[in-house]
Design a protein around this ligand. Structure first.
Ligand code: ASN
Ligand code: ZN
Length: 333
């Protein structure tokens, strides 16, 4: 730590009242997180390039919980970056996205009526739109964790963003989005296996994606089949998201933190869950140790079984649960 590191009082639209790391420069506070390698949060002010301006404040109280206040989006994305940084560091001993201690930066208020968010390796940064119409700002915790996890995937397995590896790339971001949500345990964002449930992108209260039964979005696939590699990566992620849910919570009907799930298996054979923390440990080790740029679903199964062997022992109950969850989505040996 160094002089000037502060903890500001943030008021997010989605994350509620949270601390944000700030730094005092002269008599002005900046949204620069001194406890996390100086992760910075910028206001693009509806621009689409560069960094706009760093969020600054006179009294270290940030946002008011409403999207009308420009700082509110800054609070949510700064907190999302901090929670994701903490998750990788505390849970996986990973020091930043590239494991080199270097912070990525965040850019809020991208463009006009932009209904998306994205990660770019080229700037080592993530960018968030304000949404439009029914869709609220794309600044929720799971969206931030999803985008930052694209950076982790690029720095580890490097899964190519098309075909089956592209689906696994997308699923990796959804998997760690859920894991970060559970790790943060916010009252204002109750941990779930839904992606983007806060955004209301469809205007009818439904999330972007469901992990227990991905086809509930009427586009994503529930099970592997040979045609998977030819569909959009946000839909071919479905079976891997479904694998992760099955491995975490098991098949069938279940309520977690007040959210009802009902997860089927392809052949009706039940799967027992091992908990999200164990499932995420296995996926992280598989991603960072065994997967490569061309890993497909069959190879992901092998990678997670190797990871389960390393962490829990060959043919342990946990190893067998991993095999059963893959069988549940139609990936076998
Ligand atoms: N938000 C999207 C994603 O991270 C952007 C994209 O299509 N790459 O998947
Ligand atoms: Zn993505």
């Amino acid at each position: 730590e160094y002089e000037g590191v502060h903890t500001g009082a943030g008021h997010g639209q989605y994350n509620g009242d949270v601390s944000v790391g700030s730094t005092l420069s002269g008599s002005t506070y900046q949204l620069v997180d001194g406890d996390r390698a100086g992760q910075r949060t910028y206001d693009l002010n509806q621009g689409t390039s560069g960094t706009g301006t760093l969020f600054t404040d006179d009294n270290d109280v940030w946002g008011d919980g409403t999207p009308g206040n420009r700082q509110t989006a800054g609070v949510d994305v700064a907190f999302g970056a901090a929670a994701t940084w903490d998750y990788y560091k505390d849970v996986h001993n990973r020091n930043g996205i590239r494991n080199d201690g270097v912070a990525a930066y965040s850019r809020a208020h991208y463009g006009n009526s932009y209904v998306n968010a994205f990660w770019q390796d080229s700037c080592f940064c993530m960018t968030y739109g304000d949404g439009a119409g029914n869709a609220a700002p794309l600044t929720s915790l799971d969206v931030a964790a999803h985008e930052m996890s694209h950076g982790v995937t690029a720095a580890t397995a490097g899964l190519v963003y098309s075909g089956e590896s592209g689906g696994l790339n997308e699923a990796t971001s959804d998997i760690f989005a859920a894991a970060v949500e559970f790790n943060a345990g916010l009252e204002a964002d109750v941990p779930d296996y839904l992606v983007g449930e806060k955004i209301d992108i469809n205007g009818n209260g439904t999330p972007l994606r469901y992990m227990d039964k991905p086809s509930k979005d009427s586009r994503s696939r529930d099970y592997w089949d040979a045609s998977l590699g030819s569909i959009d990566v946000h839909y071919s992620s479905g079976p891997a998201n479904h694998f992760f849910y099955l491995l975490s919570e098991g098949s069938g009907a279940k309520t977690v933190n007040g959210v009802a799930y009902d997860s089927p298996t392809v052949d009706g054979v039940p799967v027992a869950g091992i908990g999200i923390e164990n499932a995420a440990d296995i996926w992280y080790r598989a991603l960072s140790t065994y997967m490569t740029s061309t890993t497909n679903y069959a190879a992901a199964r092998t990678a997670t079984l190797q990871a389960a062997t390393d962490l829990f022992g060959a043919y342990s109950d946990t190893y067998l649960a991993v095999a059963a969850a893959w069988a549940g989505i139609n990936v076998g040996d």
